[in-house]
Design a binder for this molecule. Structure first.
Ligand code: DC
Length: 218
């Protein structure tokens, strides 16, 4: 049976999560936040004080970790039975995730875990390589981006609203560094699939992006 898949790829902070969740909710489809899988692995590796660049060791941790996703209104993630939701969004977790995500063996190990999310009635998959590597067969693909300055501004606002101290210049530098690592790695770098719809959300409210993506499906 054909299970429809919509992939939304792009750099961090472009609004993929917000857009993907809204579209999945509207369509009643399942949602895969693939970044949270790399983030969970990063947490597991940090918990074990593993060397984040030791490919064999990190791949072993990836093979052994048991992840549970509760996709209610708020995503809850458990790693080996322990709720790690609060740690998932930390900058330090994202930074560590981008290091382990560059390891080819790790990406190979995590491939099937991601493919398993493809279930009826459909799937919205958010990440860097959803349309190019994990679900190349998807009939609907979006590449969602925004300028680094705009993404940094959004991230800064989010942190300040949460009462977390933040520095805009530092966030901008970190975003640029993360982009570089995601785009320059050898395995599954962040690239746009040739059959994807390109959306630059720098000057667009996210509601307009959500509408544009829903129009693509309709
Ligand atoms: O989308 P995010 O910020 O949660 O992703 C965290 C890191 O995981 C990001 O730096 C790159 C990596 N990632 C990846 O390599 N492939 C994906 N499909 C999703 C995330």
């Amino acid at each position: 049976m054909n299970i429809p898949v919509l992939t939304i790829d792009g750099p961090s902070g472009a609004g993929k999560g917000t857009v993907s969740r809204a579209v999945a909710k509207k369509l009643g489809w399942n949602y895969l936040d693939s970044g949270s899988i790399y983030r969970s692995l990063a947490i597991a590796a940090l918990n074990q004080s593993a060397d984040l660049e030791d490919e064999a060791a990190i791949a072993d941790i990836a093979r052994g970790m048991v992840l549970e996703f509760d996709c209610g209104d708020e995503l809850v993630v458990r790693l080996d039975g322990e709720d790690i939701t609060a740690q998932l969004g930390l900058e330090s977790t994202g930074y560590a995730a981008s290091i382990v995500a560059a390891l080819p063996e790790v990406r190979q190990v995590l491939l099937q875990k991601q493919k398993d999310f493809k279930r009826l009635p459909g799937l919205v998959a958010d990440g860097r390589d959803m349309g190019t590597v994990v679900f190349p067969e998807a009939e609907n693909k979006v590449f969602l981006t925004a300028s680094a300055a705009e993404r940094a501004k959004r991230r800064y606002k989010q942190l300040i609203e949460k009462g977390i101290d933040a520095n805009l210049a530092q966030i901008t530098t970190e975003i640029e560094e993360r982009d570089r690592r995601d785009m320059e790695r050898k395995t599954s770098p962040l690239t746009m699939s040739s059959d994807a719809l390109y959306i630059d959300s720098s000057d667009m409210p996210l509601n307009a992006v959500i509408e544009e993506v829903l129009n693509l499906i309709r």
